[in-house]
Design a protein around this ligand. Sequence first.
Ligand code: SF4
Length: 419
Amino acid sequence: MTSVDAIIERLGATRTCDSGLTREPWSFDSVRPGYGPGASARDRFPRNSPRQTPLPEEYTRATAAELQDRILEARHRLGDRALILSHYYQRDEIIVHADFVGDSFQLARNAATRPDADDIVFCGVHFMAETADILSTDRQNVILPNMAAGCSMADMADIDQVERCWRRLETACGTAPDADGRQQVVPVTYMNSSAALKAFCGRHGGIVCTSSNAHAVLDWAFARGRRVLFFPDQHLGRNTARAMGIPLDRMPVWDPFRPDGGHDDATWAQAAMILWKGFCSVHQRFTVEQIDRARKAYPDVTVLVHPECSMEVVDAADGVGSTAYIVRKIEEAPAGATIAVGTEINLVNRLAAQHPDKTVFCLDPVVCPCSTMYRIHPAYLAWSLENLVNGRVVNRITVDPATAADARVALTRMLEVHP
Ligand code: SF4
């Protein structure tokens, strides 16, 4: 199997979205804090984002083979003390070391099934490690190998912006329950959000959702509220609500950078689903033109896309669903099938390699991994594991107890709706 790393090295800047992808991630940490090369590179980088301390030279100068050996040796010495979790979108050079591979929610639950492990090394992004900390025991350490591995979508809604939006909606929609006893607005946050936003939902009668349970969660929310405030991904919110029959003209978008979110009180009052102006830079790259090209090249192609893609892309596809859905559909497809996929390139290429009897390819012809996922380079994994071997915990992610308690309320509601 050829990993995305190896492909980028071979292609250089010719068919990748950013020539910086060929450079090592630490070369960007020390120059200018940002998301780094890849799909999220041009998104607004929050000023107060965590920074990664410079990696010692013994890691930045090590060869790929040396790093793999060091990771294996550290893993061996740590034994069952350490649990390594890896998101589907991680590079193959990380995936090979994982005890579990899955989406953000599957991994958080995996963390909860191993209370015996002292250290949970989370090869994903910041909000995932926070959720693992909330769902794991107090004595367990959750470690993010590179502190700069955030998520540009999660960063598109912060707690101050959401509090401001909430106050505006209270003015526009009122705070008294309606005649059926439903609250005026129920906040729903996508799993891809900070612990502070999950806690906000816990405090305000709201809930968390994932891309696989968004419909069931919205049913729950509309049974308890006249309107839903959905953040931070507008596309998942719009695609799910539209499939439930909510008209587009009752789904205004709250823009946190415009006064009053960009609309007047009457617009918020008549809304059923208030969307947040956030998006995933990886899934926003997929277009209807790419789907048209795939259909022209392969008339029998099946197009599967993630619900973080735009509504137009979802409409043009044959199937839409979470990462787990895409994985399952490809597994179920008969030998000889051709499947074009609108999701992250590391996962798509791995699925293609796992199913050599099928033609599986990414809709986007340009190699463009999620830049924040891409920050978990083997050098950071080797560094964090070897520190554990030496009794030092680096890059521990902790959620303060009050925030964790409120966030757990919203997560528990989700689990009760969709175990
Ligand atoms: S793929 Fe999108 S949602 Fe996932 S971590 Fe990257 S930017 Fe965030």
